[in-house]
Design a protein around this ligand. Structure first.
Ligand code: NAG
Length: 794
């Protein structure tokens, strides 16, 4: 410090000397110069010398400084006349920034009064540092400003003047900023900070610079200030996603809310410019918006709807992040989401039609229905298996990947199974596997493959004769196993003749229901049965037929009264029988012969005597009709006897006929003569037969005997066996002399007197029987055995 003050003192003196020289040239006025801030007592000037005064005169003439300023900063030593600095002089305080600064002074002397004026010029020294008003300067600038822009700075201040005041500004070394200032006659002005290079907040968001100001004084002095520059963000960076493409996988049917992945974007900007909102970038498909959600703040993508692999196997989501700057900037990315299949679809089975219909005669291999099977899953989950139906005449045939045909594998029969309902099962190969069950219905349609069938091949119908025409006697029914039209049966007669007349003249049939009606009243005595063939025919195309035989068996009714064959009544007068007086007990007078056209019981005749002139004299065989004497003939008996014989059949009610037998008792003829006469009388019906015929007849009878004797062993035995329970004593049973004659065909006998044609059917047996009386007589007594035979048959 001591050295420095010494240096200053030397400098001041040097200045003083120069100044002194200059001031001396100014006349009339005393001028001194002294640097500011010199020490107190520093020499200013020798006033006594400069005023050419002698030192003693100073005191004598009462030398004094009269001006205020002069007196304040300067004092004069009256002993040597030298003025010196009385007080510290600060030029900047006295004169500010004025270029010239001086302190005027006045000296007054008396004896004689004299006044001198002078001034002391204060010389500037570099005693002040240039300074900034604020030690730090804060600036904010947008990063977007272009290089060359100026930012004005507050100037530094230095109270000194001239070279001692502010001379230059400098800034700490940096790439971005420089200082621009203009130097004028008034000093350095318009100090500005200039941007040299584009700013990037994202590279450097703040600068801290040091601004230095210097003067040119000696020694040079400087001041500094800090410049703090904040770079204000501009939304110049778009958000950028972490990945260009995000990839995620997701199992289908993932529940709502399942996290898929999180997208993240960064924005280099700050503040609102870096605050991001995530969204699906437009145009996002509406389906994506249904299925996924994107959290605008966190960027989490979650499942929102029902994911179906079968709908889509992958999704592409365009996402964007948008900052909140103005204008906002957006960044984009893509999210690829792969859906993993789950076996969630059972095979779908589609049938061409719910029910298919095929005719029963369809050959094996006929297409019945088409089946389409689709499984919407993929891989094993989408493969499936279809099993053949079991126990049905159908099988599956694969025609294309997803198509099956159901074809017949065996012949069908609607009458056995008219409708099939088979399960169809499709099972996929997923795990666990899913199955679909369907029922295939096949209706078998009818084909006319069944003929109408009667319950039996033949029927026997029993119809009482004398039936009323038009009555129904029977119903034939044929069943047809087909259906509908193919089973509609109509009936008809297969035309054939019966007794030269078509069957349709006897019977008719209701073609609809098979009821058979009679058209005539039947007569058992004309024919005993009628055979018809009934045909049933269905309505199919072509029609099928079936037939049966109906035997109409006509039952006998007691509608024929017995007809007396002998003794015949000759035109109103009864025949006369001869009875010899000598005839004893049991003498056969005559035999009443009658026939009955009916059969069976209706033709079984019995005889009884209803009235006699002498009832004690005669009796009649109940079954044989033989009239015999009941006692010996007495003289008293009248010669003319009359008997009334009733012949009745066994029908219900029975029918009867009567015959009157006249008997004449003669006493002069032999028994044989009478018998011959009797026979002759009896044989009056055979009027045309002469004696020869009778002889031939007799011979034939003898021949019969021989034959009968030969055949007796088996011929008659058969009949006995056939009529075991018949113990009639009449002819066959007793005598065993029976001849059965079967007429070649129906035989018509003409019975005289009745004029009726009696048609004897083939099945009707006639027996020519020998009465026991033949033993007593040379003649054979013939009688029909038909009643007995038919009785035996029944
Ligand atoms: C058959 O049809 C006729 C006429 O329609 C009817 O009178 C009769 O009763 C029917 N017979 C049967 C057995 O249905």
């Amino acid at each position: 410090m001591a050295n420095s003050e010494l240096d200053n003192a030397i400098a001041f003196r040097f200045a003083f000397i120069i100044m002194g020289c200059i001031t001396g040239l100014i006349s009339g006025q005393i001028r001194y110069s002294v640097p500011e801030e010199v020490e107190i007592g520093a020499f200013i000037g020798n006033i006594a010398n400069d005023l050419r005064l002698k030192i003693p005169q100073l005191s004598n003439r009462k030398f004094r400084l009269t001006s205020d300023d002069g007196g304040r900063y300067m004092k004069v030593n009256l002993d040597n006349g030298i003025s010196s600095v009385r007080e510290r002089i600060d030029r900047e305080l006295l004169c500010g920034q004025a270029a010239m600064c001086s302190i005027p002074f006045e000296i007054m002397l008396e004896n004689p009064l004299a006044v001198y004026r002078g001034e002391v010029e204060i010389l500037d020294i570099n005693d002040n540092y240039p300074t900034f008003r604020d030690s730090s300067i804060t600036l904010q600038m947008y990063e977007a400003i272009t290089p060359g822009v100026h930012f004005p700075l507050d100037s530094a201040e230095d109270p000194d003047i001239g070279i001692n005041t502010v001379a230059a500004y400098t800034i700490s070394s940096n790439e971005y900023f420089s200082i621009k200032a203009q130097t004028t006659e008034y000093g350095v002005v318009n100090t500005e900070l200039q941007l040299e290079k584009p700013l990037d907040r994202e590279m450097q968001s703040a600068f801290q610079l040091v601004l230095t100001v210097t003067d040119d004084g000696i020694p040079q002095k400087s001041g500094t200030a800090q410049i703090l520059i904040t770079v204000v963000d501009v939304n110049d960076n778009p958000p950028v996603f972490d990945h260009d493409i995000y990839k995620g996988t997701l199992i289908e049917n993932s529940p709502k809310g399942t996290m898929v992945l999180t997208v993240k974007a960064n924005d280099l900007d700050e503040g609102l410019n870096a605050e991001l909102t995530y969204s699906f970038s437009k145009p996002a498909s509406s389906r994506v918006l249904e299925l996924f959600s994107l959290d605008p703040h966190t960027g989490q993508i979650r499942v929102e709807g029902e994911l179906d692999f079968e709908e889509a196997r992958r999704y592409t989501l365009n996402v964007q992040a948008m900052d909140h700057g103005s204008p906002a900037m957006a960044g984009r990315s893509i999210v690829l989401i792969k859906i993993i299949d789950v076996n969630d679809n059972a095979p779908e089975v589609k049938l061409t039609s719910g029910t298919s219909k095929i005719p029963e005669n369809a050959p094996p291999g006929t297409l019945t229905s088409l089946i389409n099977v689709v499984d919407r899953d993929s891989g094993e989950n989408g493969q499936f298996r279809c099993d053949n139906p079991t126990n049905v005449p159908f099988r599956l045939r694969k025609i294309l990947t997803n198509h099956y045909e159901l074809i017949t594998s065996e012949p069908l029969d609607r009458e056995t199974v008219a409708q099939y309902k088979m399960p169809f099962v499709a099972q996929d190969l997923g795990s666990p596997s899913l199955t679909t069950n369907k029922t295939i219905e096949v209706v078998i349609s009818d084909v006319n493959d069944n003929a109408p069938q009667f319950g039996a091949s033949s029927y026997n119908i029993y119809v009482m004769e004398n039936n009323s025409p038009g009555s129904s006697i029977f119903v034939v029914t044929a069943r047809d196993r087909d259906m509908d039209q193919n089973s509609y049966v109509s009936y008809s007669f297969l035309e054939n003749l019966h007794l030269d007349f078509p069957v349709s003249s006897y019977l008719s049939i209701n073609s609809m229901n098979g009821t058979i009606y009679t058209l005539q009243s039947f007569d058992y005595e004309k024919f005993k049965n009628l055979q018809i063939h009934v045909q049933a025919r269905d309505a199919g195309v072509p029609p099928l037929r079936g037939s049966c035989t109906v035997n109409v068996i006509i039952l006998d009714q007691n509608d024929n009264a017995p007809v007396i064959v002998s003794p015949s009544s000759e035109s109103g007068s009864a025949a006369v029988q001869i009875l010899p007086q000598s005839a004893g007990l049991g003498y056969l007078i005559t035999k009443v012969m009658a026939t009955d056209a009916d059969s069976g019981q209706n033709a079984r005749l019995s005889y009884e005597m209803v009235k006699a002139s002498d009832p004690t004299l005669f009796n009649i065989g109940h079954n044989s009709g033989e009239i015999r004497t009941a006692r010996k003939i007495l003289e008293s008996d009248t010669t003319a006897q009359t008997l009334f014989v009733l012949v009745k059949d066994n029908g219900q009610p029975s029918l009867s006929s009567t015959v009157t037998v006249h008997i004449t008792v003669l006493d002069n003829i032999t028994e044989n003569a009478i018998e011959t006469g009797n026979l002759l009388r009896n044989s009056e019906q055979f009027t045309n037969l002469n004696l020869h015929l009778i002889i031939i007849f007799g011979c034939t009878s003898v021949l019969f005997f021989v034959i009968i004797l030969l055949l007796i062993g088996f011929k008659c035995k058969e009949i006995i066996n056939a009529s075991q329970d018949y113990n009639s004593s009449s002819c066959c049973g007793e005598s065993n002399y029976t001849l059965n004659r079967r007429p070649a065909l129906e035989e018509t006998l003409r019975y005289p007197g009745t004029g009726r044609m009696v048609r004897v059917p083939e099945a009707h047996y006639y027996s020519v029987c020998l009465s026991p009386e033949s033993a007593k007589s040379d003649f054979l007594f013939l009688k029909p055995c038909s009643a007995l035979m038919s009785q035996a048959q029944s």
